[in-house]
Structure formats: structure tokens, C-alpha cells
Design a binder for this molecule. Sequence first.
Ligand code: ATP
Ligand code: MG
Ligand code: MG
Length: 555
Amino acid sequence: TTPPATNFIRNLIDADLAAGARSEVVTRFPPEPNGYLHIGHAKAICLNFGLAAAYGGRCHLRMDDTNPEKESIEYAEAIQDVVRWLGFDWGTHLYFASDYYEQLYLWAEELIRRERAYVDSLDAEQMRAHRGTLTEPGRESPDRDRPAAESLDLFRRMRAGEFPDGAYTLRARIDMASPNMNLRDPVIYRIQRHHHYRTGDAWCIYPMYDYAHPLSDAIEGITHSICTLEFEDHRPLYDWFLEQLADLLPARPRQVEFARLNLSYTLMSKRRLLELVREGLVAGWDDPRMPTLVGLRRRGFTPAAIRAFCERIGVGKSDSWIDMSVLEDCLREDLNQGAPRALAVLNPLKVVLTDYPEEREEFFDAANHPQQPEEGSRQVPFCREFYIERDDFMEEPPKKFFRLAPGREVRLRFGYIIRCEEVVKDPVTGEVVELRCTHDPATLGANPADGRKVKGTIHWVSARHGVPAEVRLYDRLFAVPTPGAGREGRDWRADLNPHSLTTLRALIEPGLAQAAVGTHVQFERLGYFFVDPHDSTPGRPVFNRAATLRDSWAK
Ligand code: ATP
Ligand code: MG
Ligand code: MG
């Protein structure tokens, strides 16, 4: 493996360390437990944990749980599970923003005493009307100069539950004329009666993200608080809170923004992903078509492939789109090394060898990995009747079709060269139902003695020994690169790919029937498959295609 490439964040950290502004590197990954993590989060996870590792520092996992109505313990646990699966370890550094509620509240009181915050009675609509626009300054609230003692009293009573939801807010007292809208006296606390999955009903006021985040970072001694570019113009606000409370805070973190990951042919907003799940458009958060990490895991993605992807796309300052094929390529590269080979037929067409004795059975020696002889071999049974892939036969083949056709020869993988002598069709539908072939017994592990060339090799599974298995082929969830974009009023649902899942009844070589859940295999010529951890039963594996062998979307 190559060492991680440098990037602008590493340069910035290097400069901080060289200047003596920092003596260590402490980062954090701060998901809100309001859904399952997706591949975009993986970029942030790899970045934050990667930096901590590179500088001998540490990375905290923090549940950014200040939004009671959307969060749950289920999500918080799933997040921890999948970060661990990706290969990262936060050690003892698991934190919850909700554990800081009391401290955050006390600091808010302090802001009031310092006349840097006030309790406002404007409702949401009035506040909007006062806010101004990009070209016009906002108007100050009539409550802006409320005496600190009065705000303090009201704030305490807000906490005590004396007022209905929305009756008051606590606002930072900054600048209603700032060209940066985020500085126009942002709300920092709201009254909201909602059961919180950790603090229960202890609180009826909750801090806003822009207030809670810098202070949580300071509490934990974070040195570099890395977030996505949308927060760039929140940075003055981030710094403002740290500045106002500087004498009380244990640390002075620094916010750094990077470009979020956008991936084609999928959606990455948790809200949309939740809609996909709720509306039954997918089978769940871990549907293998989902860009969630649990979905990718169930599809057969490996942590190594996802980490390699995050390394490959790099970290920059400008928003860009990454093509889904980049992610798929990373998986192929990993599985090409790691996955043993096997034979399976997805769309079976029966072949009968008319010159092969009925009762005879033999075993061919089959390499488990053609490039890795140390992986050994297995014995694959063969008999008079077997199945080949329907696509590997054509009645009227074009010139360059090197597979099976009437009167033509092809080699069976690990086996004989066979010739198609007769095509049997269904008398009603005309569909080809069976091929009657002969074999050349001298071609097992040998080229034809007469020097004739047989170019094609096809896979097969013995009819007597093969085992039926469910195989699921996945395609992209959306049929277009940027779902729902570009056309006014078009619903992203209209861009769903109707062919994103194909379920087949395949025939697998007998040894595969015992394939353990959670293992990978390459079906020769067909792709990389993963034994579904959910729907497989002993002796009856279900295979998910994780990736085709080549990028089937490349033209
Ligand atoms: P969503 O908009 O999907 O709900 P979010 O940013 O609200 O995502 P959080 O749980 O707050 O979700 O995200 C945790 C961390 O992951 C944040 O620091 C955020 O910057 C980062 N993150 C989220 N989406 C991406 C993305 N597409 N690319 C890179 N980082 C991301
Ligand atoms: Mg967020
Ligand atoms: Mg969010």
C-alpha cells in the first residue's frame, strides 16, 4: 500500500505544528444519529481518523445529538458498528453532545451576563421578516436590548418549562447588519418539548448546531474541526462563540472545510435515504443498492475497498462529482486478489453429451485462483448432462462469436472440448431447451492433437451435482447520474432505475452450497459475489453480485 497522499489539510496542520500553534492533532467525526451513515460519511471518517493516525493523535467519535425529534439509539448504535467495520477505533473516545447540555446551558447564561445573548420573543415568521436580505441589513428585534438580568430570568424559566414551545428563543447578540447572514443574531436555543433518546424529558430547550458544535469541540480539546464546505460561512460564528467564552474554555479548536463527496447515480442525503426506506422503494437501510455503509457491506463491499476509494478521491476544496465506477473499481481491485473462483450458471441451458456414458462421473481439477497457485485447487464433478449459460450459445452467431453454436466447438472450463451437434427446441414456443453435443476425450488438459484451434472457453455446472441457489444481480439505484436534478419540478423518484434488482435461480457447483455467509467468491466470467448474511440458510446460500468483472457501464 502507498502512503496517504498529502492534501491541503495536512499542509495546514503541518504549518500549525511548525508554528507552535498546536502540539498535537485531535480530530473528531461528529455524526448526528438521525440515520445510517453513507459513503459520503466514509470520506469524513477516513479523513478524520486518517489524520489522527498520521500525526500520532486521536480521533473522537461524537454523536452530535442535539435534535431530539430525529435521533435514536438504533442509529447511534448502527453508526458505531459501521465505523468499527470500516476499520477505525476511537478507543475510549466516544462522546455525546447531549452529555454537554448542562455545560452548554451554563455557558449560555454566561453569554447573557456578558450581554452577548438575549431572550427574544419574536416568533419564527417575525424573525424571518427582521432578518433582511443579502443586499439589505436586518432589523434589530425590540428585545435586543433587554437587560441581562431579565434575559437571564426568562432563560431560566425557559429551561424550567414555564413557556410553550416557540414562545421564546435565546439569540446571540452579534450584528444585524453583517453581510454574513449567519451573524445576524442567530438563534442558539429553542424551546422544544420532545423526548430525547438519551436525556429523556430532562430538557425542553435544546441548543442549535452552530452553538453546540464549537463548544463541544472545545470541551473535547479538538485541535482541527473538519467539516464540509457548506459550513465555510459559519466559521465566523464558530470563532465568535469561542472568542466570547475564551477565558472559560479549555481549548481553542480550528474549523477547516473540505469538499463533500458527491457520487453519481445515487443520492446521499439522509432525508432522501429515509424516504427510500419509508416508502418501500428499497428493502431497508441495508438494501444492497443503497449508498449506506450497511448497504454497501451487504452488497459485498469490503472495508479495504471503501478506504481505498476514499484515498483515491482525495481531499480538496472544490465540489466535484465522482463517478460510481471509481467506487466499483476499488472493489474489483480488492476482490480480484481476495476472492476464490468458482463455477455457477445464472441462466441455465441444458447440454447432453450423447457420446458420454450415462452412469459415468469424473472430477476435474480446478484452480481456486488462477494467479495464486498457493490457493490450491478443488475437484469439480462432471457427467453426461450439465448446464451452460444461455448467452454462451447462439443459433446464428456473428463471425466473432467464439462460444457455442451449431456445428461449432468450445472448451468447457477445466474440461473437454465439445461440439454442438443438435439443437432441441420447444415445439410450441420455439425456445431452445437443450443442446445435444459430443466431446473429444483427448482434450482434457490438452489441445487437440490435429492442431485445430478452439478459441472459446465457457463455464458450466453438472446437472447431477449442481445445487440451485438464488442469485441477486444489482445495478445502479438510479438511471441517471444526478437524480432529480436539472429539470424543474422533476421528482427524484422518477429517476429510479426500474432494473436495479434482478433475482435469478442459478445453478452452482456443489462445493459452493457450503459457502459461509459473509464470504466472497468470483463466479468465473460473471463477477464478484457475496454470500448474503441475511437471507442465506445453511446449505442454501443467497449470492449478491457485488461487482461485475469489468465496468459494464463503460462504453
Ligand atoms: P446528511 O445531509 O446526509 O444528513 P449530514 O452532514 O447532515 O448529512 P452528519 O451526521 O451531520 O450528516 O455528518 C457527519 C459528518 O459527516 C459531518 O462532519 C459531515 O461534514 C460529514 N459528511 C456528511 N456527508 C458527507 C459527504 N457527502 N462527504 C463528505 N463528508 C460528509
Ligand atoms: Mg450535519
Ligand atoms: Mg443532517
